[in-house]
Design a protein around this ligand. Structure first.
Ligand SMILES: [Zn+2]
Length: 549
């Protein structure tokens, strides 16, 4: 408590001075930062080498320290690779990821049975392919269980090397980049904060860094942001969120329409956490600048939860990069963790749920046994009793570039507004395509491999879809537009997506979020907002063209 007060006070002080400096000296601050590496002269705003505003250097360093911690060595701001990373590399050195192009129900049934028997780690499941991580030694035994027609291809031949590559390298360069990007130009505060932005999104970040960063944002944008605690994880970590919205001048007796955006439900899906952070950052800094976002935040709250499963996320940094579930103790001592996306209480029992705690899709023995799922649901229900109306839910995951809508638990029942759900999903996919050229497919969340050719109950499925968060929010809280979005990529790296994809993935999802917001505002999609004929929207068009490059 004391620490957080201390941190908060520091953040407020730093951000206030940073912003003041930027506003007060719009042109002069361009030269404000000591670029030569010589120390500033604190007694004079300009020393003989032309250095001005020596405090800015201190502030810049302080802001970096607030977010990234004190430099652990002269080389950089943190020792990014976890101490056990070498062991991790070793641990996965014999693993490969195989892709199976499943085309018949028999093939799917055989693969499902084998995956169950061998407790395989299913990385992706789409109507076109199934990706499975497996030790090289087990490949032959696996193939003997499958029809001869089902020949896999090696997607990631060396998982150990890929694991090693995703931890941020020690970056002296990062600090340099941070320093140069903190040089202020006449654009003012945005640019100042951009320094944090650039470094923050140049790599995946640890839970501690994300938490500090969120606190900084709250301190810097107090009028539109509020840090909230959704609940506590199994291991006692706070599940933190930022609520973003502009309430002044709004009739508070009306229910506050709210969009919930979650990431990090599965620990290893780092791109989902970085993307929620990117959206959060972009929305906050676009407020007051981009008309649509400004309007959106006046009429809606957006609650951003970058890490719903903090225990699992922390574990991927400290111990096991490929950890998916929570860290909750199960009935089986050596198999920890519950799959939070099979833990929610809607149609939990209807699904043929996984009962083996060692399975990656084990969601517990009863609905909401998983602490984090239960906390999220309790928080959300409580919100609805405080005049909040959830209208949209975007649950970000990876990988396979899919936009999935309810229901997950069955294909036999159509959601009442299926047509609208599908239409909006297609619009989101289009917004992404316009933004980056990346293709995201749209389908019901119930569709696994070749599901469309299967009759209900005909043979085992690779993964059951009961207890999903999108079903619960859609049905229980009437969040009419609920989606699970599986982000990049389509399998080249899978969960081990390199950090170069953080910004492009964030950008394409930002475009999707704008479409989503525009749709909810009733503007019938991005065509109108980005209408070329509409002269008043010329800036948006420029923005869109810039993004399409
Ligand atoms: Zn996931």
């Amino acid at each position: 408590m004391q620490l957080s007060l201390y941190l908060r006070r520091n953040l407020v002080a730093i951000s206030a001075v940073l912003l003041l400096a930027a506003v007060a000296f719009p042109a002069a601050v361009d030269a404000a930062v000591d670029r030569s590496g010589h120390g500033p002269n604190p007694n004079h705003p300009t020393d003989c080498d032309g250095h001005v505003f020596p405090f800015l250097k201190w502030l810049r360093d302080s802001a970096a320290e607030v977010i990234f911690g004190k430099p652990s060595s002269a080389k950089g701001y943190r020792d990014a690779k976890p101490s056990q990373a070498g062991a991790l590399q070793h641990r996965y050195r014999n693993d490969v990821v195989l892709r199976f192009n499943v085309s018949t129900p028999d093939e799917e049934a055989a693969l499902a049975k084998a995956a169950q028997q061998l407790l395989l780690d299913v990385w992706a499941l789409t109507p076109e392919f199934v990706d499975i991580r497996i030790q090289k030694d087990y490949v032959s035994p696996l193939l003997t269980l499958l029809p001869a027609s089902l020949q896999p291809s090696a997607l990631i031949p060396d998982v150990g090397a890929a694991v090693w590559a995703t931890y941020p390298s020690k970056k002296a360069a990062a600090k340099t980049q941070f320093e140069s990007s903190m040089i202020v130009d006449p654009v003012g505060s945005r640019k100042l904060v951009d320094g944090v932005d650039n470094l923050f999104f140049s790599d995946y970040q640890t839970l501690a860094v994300i938490t500090n960063w969120m606190r900084l944002l709250e301190a810097m944008f107090p009028n539109i942001t509020e840090m909230i605690t959704i609940g506590k994880s199994y291991e006692g970590r706070d599940i933190l969120a930022l609520r973003v919205g502009q309430h002044s001048g709004i009739n508070s007796t009306e229910p506050r329409k709210t969009i919930l955006i979650t990431g990090g439900v599965h620990g290893r899906e780092w791109i989902s956490t970085s993307t929620v952070s990117y959206l959060l950052w972009s929305v906050i800094t676009a407020y007051g600048k981009e008309p649509m976002i400004t309007k959106l935040l006046e009429q809606f709250d957006i609650v951003f939860v970058p890490v719903l499963n903090p225990d699992g996320y922390a574990y991927t940094w400290q111990t096991d990069r490929l950890w998916r579930k929570s860290r909750q103790q199960t009935k089986m001592r050596f198999c920890r963790g519950l799959d939070l996306d099979h833990a929610f209480g809607y149609e939990w029992e209807a699904a043929n749920h996984q009962t083996d705690p060692c399975s990656e899709s084990y969601g517990g023995d009863s609905p909401f046994q998983a602490v984090e799922a239960s906390e999220l649901a309790a928080w959300a229900k409580n919100e609805t009793q405080n005049n909040v109306k959830f209208v949209g839910f975007l649950d970000l995951h990876s990988y396979s570039q899919q936009i999935l809508y309810p229901f997950s638990f069955t294909c036999d029942i159509d959601p009442p507004n299926r047509e609208n759900l599908e239409e909006l999903a297609v619009g989101l996919a289009k917004a992404i395509r316009l933004s980056s050229g990346e293709s995201y497919s749209v389908t019901s969340a119930c569709e696994g491999a070749v599901a469309q050719t299967l009759d209900a109950g005909n043979g085992p499925r690779i993964e059951s879809g009961g207890g999903s968060a999108i079903d619960w929010f859609y049905h229980e809280l009437k969040a009419k537009y609920s989606y699970q979005i599986k982000l990049r990529d389509t399998g080249s790296y899978g969960f081990l997506l390199p950090s170069e994809h953080i910004v492009p993935t964030g950008e394409e999802m930002l475009n999707a979020l704008k479409y989503f917001g525009d749709f909810l505002l009733g503007n019938n999609g991005i065509e109108k907002v980005f209408s070329q004929q509409d002269a008043s929207n010329e800036d948006e068009w420029k923005e869109l063209r810039r993004r399409k490059r």
